[in-house]
Design a protein around this ligand. Structure first.
Ligand code: ASP
Length: 428
């Protein structure tokens, strides 16, 4: 009797504690147990493998449904000049973000010297595909095959087209077509929401999985992982800071806006993003801040912010750039220039396809790793390096979500200024 009460109390305590705190505690506990028990700690490995499998299970449906919904939420009539300018801005800043991440990773070389041992054969592919091939490969010859095979670039391409197709249907003058379009939209919207729910459930399990993954890593690698992990974290945050100051600062200045004034006015949304680790959850605050503090007209932000929360993820892009280099370094292999160019392309696309929910970027990292021939399967060195990153993912997620949301707001004020839709009196 008291035993069942006790276990309920324990469960209540588990679920009542914030996820960030649980994952941080799990990381520390996992490291301590792994170090203390040594090889014996490997007994918990299946619990970690379970988390990896769950994450890999959800990646295709999450990307597919959220992209279809994202693309179809934009009415074709609004995808005019503002839309094209905005998408160009979002894409360019995201590609710049990956580049900033790669620059810092090349400079600081996180993970170098830590050659993780794996039992499997995950190595970088000897002959990476050329850029042209990679671009051509984005177009699937069979979308069902792309979905079944988990080919992310092809899934993204098809989902975007499908989303635009659905929104074109929904806008049709023919009531039969428009109601059909809306029906498909509803199905995808329900699918996306259901996938977010499942992601939440997986994240509830994540602390246990992270504990097991970290314990396994530390039992095999010992304390030598602490330094490289701190290095990876430091590299990511330095790149976040540089992107914020240099890229956002330059964009704001180019439009005659004060960067300091912007950050002061935008801080509430930035802090909310940091603590919720979700661009979508922060959206109501981002909208309010853009209207009340930054003086952007509703006509602009009602379109730019939801689109930004769906496709514009500069923080995620930086994180992916750094982490791919980290995993490759941990495997004792350097990425060639052409592989790094591939990373710029795939991380840009991957961050576009990342859902604005906690931890989504870590799932999409699998796809970027794949694009340079690194496959994260159980027992491999790549899986050990990936597990290390997952162990501190919540800390990385806070910073990248903050940057994701800040990027949306910078894009919004810049476009608003360019369109004469910014209320200057709010900036006095
Ligand atoms: N949590 C991030 C966001 O909501 C996405 C990610 O995990 O990178 O913006």
């Amino acid at each position: 009797m008291s035993g069942s009460n006790g276990s309920k109390g324990l469960l209540g305590f588990y679920f009542g504690t914030s996820l960030v705190a649980r994952i941080l505690v799990a990381t520390a506990l996992g490291a301590a147990v792994g170090l203390a028990l040594g090889p014996q700690a490997a007994a918990v490995k299946p619990l970690g493998d379970l988390l990896l499998r769950l994450l890999r299970m959800i990646v295709v449906p999450v990307v597919f449904f959220s992209l279809v919904v994202g693309a179809s939420s934009v009415s074709p009539s609004r995808l005019g000049s503002v839309g094209i300018k905005l998408i160009a801005y979002y894409t360019i800043t995201t590609a710049l973000a990956v580049t900033v991440g790669l620059l810092f990773a090349n400079l600081l070389k996180p993970g170098l010297g830590l050659v993780l041992e794996g039992t499997g054969g995950a190595t970088l592919s000897a002959t990476p595909p050329s850029l042209v091939e990679t671009l051509l490969n984005v177009v699937p010859t069979n979308p069902v095959e792309a979905l079944a095979g988990g080919n992310m670039l092809q899934i993204i391409f098809f989902a975007l087209l499908l989303g635009i197709g659905i929104s074109t249907l929904s806008e049709s003058q023919d009531p039969r077509l428009s109601s059909a379009g809306q029906a498909v939209f509803k199905v995808c919207e329900g699918g996306a929401e259901a996938m977010y729910k499942i992601t939440k459930w997986i994240m509830e399990y994540a602390p246990i999985g992270v504990f097991a993954l970290i314990a396994t890593v530390f039992s095999q690698q010992g304390s030598k992982v602490a330094g490289p992990l701190a290095m990876a974290l430091g590299t990511v945050y330095l790149a976040f800071g540089a992107h914020m100051v240099v890229i956002y600062g330059a964009a704001l200045k180019a439009f005659g806006l004060s960067p300091l004034g912007f950050f002061r006015r935008a801080r509430e949304a930035m802090i909310t993003a940091f603590v919720t680790r979700s661009s979508s959850a922060t959206l109501p605050v981002t909208m309010e801040v853009s209207e009340e503090m930054l003086g952007v007209s509703k006509g602009i932000f009602s379109f730019t912010l939801p689109l930004g929360a769906t496709i514009n993820m500069d923080g995620t892009a930086i994180y992916q750039g750094v982490c791919v280099m980290f995993v490759a370094n941990c495997m004792g292999q350097a990425l060639s220039l052409s592989q790094q160019l591939t990373v710029i392309l795939t991380a840009t696309l991957a961050s576009i396809g990342t859902a604005g929910v906690p931890g989504a970027g870590a799932i999409m990292l699998l796809m970027v790793l794949n694009s340079v021939g690194i496959s994260v399967s159980e027992g491999t060195a790549a899986a050990a390096a990936y597990a290390m990153i997952l162990g501190i993912d919540s800390i990385m997620d806070m910073g990248r979500t903050l940057l994701n949301v800040t990027g949306d707001m910078v894009g919004t004020v810049v476009v608003a200024k360019g369109e004469g839709e910014l209320d200057g009196s709010k900036w006095d």
